[in-house]
Ligand binder design. Structure first.
Ligand code: 16G
Ligand code: MG
Length: 570
């Protein structure tokens, strides 16, 4: 026997599994009401050890957060050695461990994983290493203790980094695993992170006139203290940010009527922020991995600059610098080739942004399923892979060849030197391991500073099509089977035809239905040429789903009714 089943059992008894619970490791790990999570945390601790052992003792991250969810929720996700999300083929093991019904079944599940993955558990040289951190949720402390017990149950070691943003933990994990190698990513501390980003930001913006103050809504979450520390590091002469919604101590404030998710969903400014026309503002979500910008225009209209706008700003700017610097990739056969720039979006990307990227920027667009891991992997296929979800989660990935080319290209004019300097600094400024609100904010501020661009100036690139997102409560969301990067449904049979029949009645109409991976609902996204058309399309499809596919609870009056021929009757 390669581990001590008695130890696993005795520690597991301290973290009993709730009866009748069914846990699924979903898009963003386990996420639910915090009171249900104790046993899950313990078992994820076990899984982290197994993953580390499988990878020869590499450090695995465990982040305890429920992101933009309300304060009573919590969750956990594991981080791979280079900062990516847990390998998808291991998600099933997470689910298996979490649902093991008894201590004996848990021990059996561990043995199954060891066998399936051929983990040499007894090998003493591969000590398992785990690092963990948590956001500001009050439930976090006890849940961290449960993770530690899980790690201890299999004899692994764990270092607790305390309160950190999700991107901090991804960064730290990557730094720890690359220390002392040619791919060394940085000093594995929050201070190391702040120093690295501050230096890169200063390089890009040196000598340029400063932008006006940015008002930052930190969602009353971990982003508030984290960004304050960053501002102390960089100094107010380099960056002027005024943080609001920074109350991490009062109960119930986290993500409540504030934060990136709230602003994106309701297309309105958060509570706690007085926004005057012309002022610049941005929001983080509760664990500081999402970012959206916004402002009030001269007509008093709220204008959102979401993940699509951030992606297009970044892609356009990087392409411009690459062009100026005349950077080329050195191929293994000795020839040179232009950098391959690409953009990754999901079905939630506004149709206007996709047209702008394809037609104006002339950059190829790839669509993936919702969920950062899918976008991240697709972006890895480019030399410069820009990926963002419309909700503000994303980053830019540079291939090894691209970073090498930035470093080795010798510019011959001052313009070329400057563009190369910017590209090198961008590769440091942009978090390569995961979408990161702090790093993304600095990237946007740096680009806007170089271009001396206002938010309305940035916004002019293209006009969003009106869009609408609705939730429909259904009895069983698992009957909805999305295909084609979530843009269509294979099942329930016939539903997609009904949606298509409606969509073609609307100018620039687009609509899709997908089951949420984080909430027990189905989401309906609609887009059309005008706000009224968008609204109508949305309510028709919501009605079709609710009436024909298991809607539960009170039927929202705004949902429209259609007859068998697809005509709206009410
Ligand atoms: C999670 C995902 C996010 C995705 C969202 C979709 C990560 C780290 N986060 O928050 O990328 O947009 O889920 O939620 O993967 P939904 O399935 O409820 O629409
Ligand atoms: Mg988040």
């Amino acid at each position: 026997m390669s581990f001590d089943p008695a130890l696993v059992s005795s520690l597991s008894l301290k973290h009993p599994r709730p009866h009748n619970a069914n846990f699924v490791y979903g898009t963003a790990g386990f996420r639910m009401k915090a009171e249900l999570l104790d046993s899950v945390m313990f078992r994820v601790g076990i899984l982290a050890v197994l993953r580390s052992k499988k990878l020869g003792g590499k450090v695995i991250g465990a982040m305890i957060t429920a992101s933009h969810n309300p304060e009573q929720d919590n969750g956990i996700k594991l981080v791979e050695p280079l900062g990516e999300m847990l390998l998808q083929s291991w998600e099933g093991y997470a689910t298996r461990l979490a649902n093991a019904a008894t201590e004996a079944d848990l021990v059996q599940a561990i043995n199954e994983i060891i066998a399936a993955e051929q983990i040499d558990f007894g090998k003493l040289s591969t000590k398992a290493n785990v690092v963990c951190a948590r956001d500001t949720r009050p439930s976090g402390e006890a849940l961290v203790a449960a993770v530690k017990d899980g790690v201890a149950a299999l004899g692994g070691s764990i270092v607790d980094y305390g309160f950190k943003t999700t991107p901090h933990l991804h960064y730290i994990t990557r730094c720890l695993n690359t220390q002392g190698t040619p791919d060394a990513y940085g000093v594995p501390t929050e201070e190391g992170y702040n120093d690295k980003l501050a230096a890169a930001f200063k390089t890009i913006t040196a000598g340029l006139p400063r932008l006006s103050t940015l008002h930052l809504d930190a969602a009353n979450g971990i982003g508030a203290p984290a960004f304050k520390k960053f501002l102390e590091t960089i100094g107010s002469e380099h960056l002027s940010v005024h943080i609001v919604n920074d109350d991490i101590h009062s109960k119930g404030k986290l993500n409540s009527k504030c934060g990136a998710d709230f602003v994106k969903l309701y297309q309105t400014k958060p509570e706690g922020l007085d926004l005057a026309p012309g002022q610049r503002a941005a929001s983080f979500d509760g664990d500081a991995d999402r970012l959206v910008y916004y402002y009030i225009d001269d007509n008093g209209t709220f204008k959102l600059l979401d993940g699509d706008k951030i992606a297009t700003l970044a892609a356009g700017f990087i392409m411009e610098q690459v062009r100026i610097a005349k950077v080329q990739i050195h191929k293994p056969d000795g020839t040179k080739a232009p950098l391959h720039v690409g953009l990754v979006q999901t079905a939630y990307a506004n149709g206007s942004s996709t047209s702008y990227v394809k037609n104006t920027l002339q950059v190829p667009v790839v669509f993936t399923q919702t969920g950062v891991k899918h976008l991240h992997h697709a972006a890895e296929h480019f030399d410069v892979g820009v990926y963002f979800e419309a909700n503000g989660h994303g980053t830019v990935l540079f291939s090894k060849e691209a970073t090498h080319a930035f470093k080795t290209t010798q510019g011959s004019t001052p313009e070329e030197h400057r563009a190369l300097e910017i590209l090198r600094a961008l590769a440091d400024l942009i978090n390569q391991s995961v979408g990161d609100a702090t790093s993304d904010l600095l990237m946007v501020e740096a680009i806007l500073t170089v271009k001396q661009l206002s938010l309305s100036g940035w916004d002019k690139a293209y006009a969003d099509l009106p869009s609408r997102q609705e939730k429909v409560l259904v009895a069983q969301r698992s009957i909805f089977k999305p295909i084609n990067a979530d843009t269509e449904l294979a099942e329930p049979l016939g539903l997609q035809d009904k949606i298509n029949q409606q969509v073609q009645k609307f100018n620039k109409g687009r609509c899709f239905v997908r089951p949420s991976g984080t909430e027990d609902i189905v989401r309906v996204y609609a887009e059309a040429e005008t706000r009224d058309e968008t609204e109508t399309l949305s309510q028709i499809v919501c009605g079709i789903v609710f009436d024909g596919y298991g809607g539960v609870g009170e039927r929202p009056a705004k949902f429209k009714k259609v007859d068998a021929a697809g005509n709206v009757v009410a």
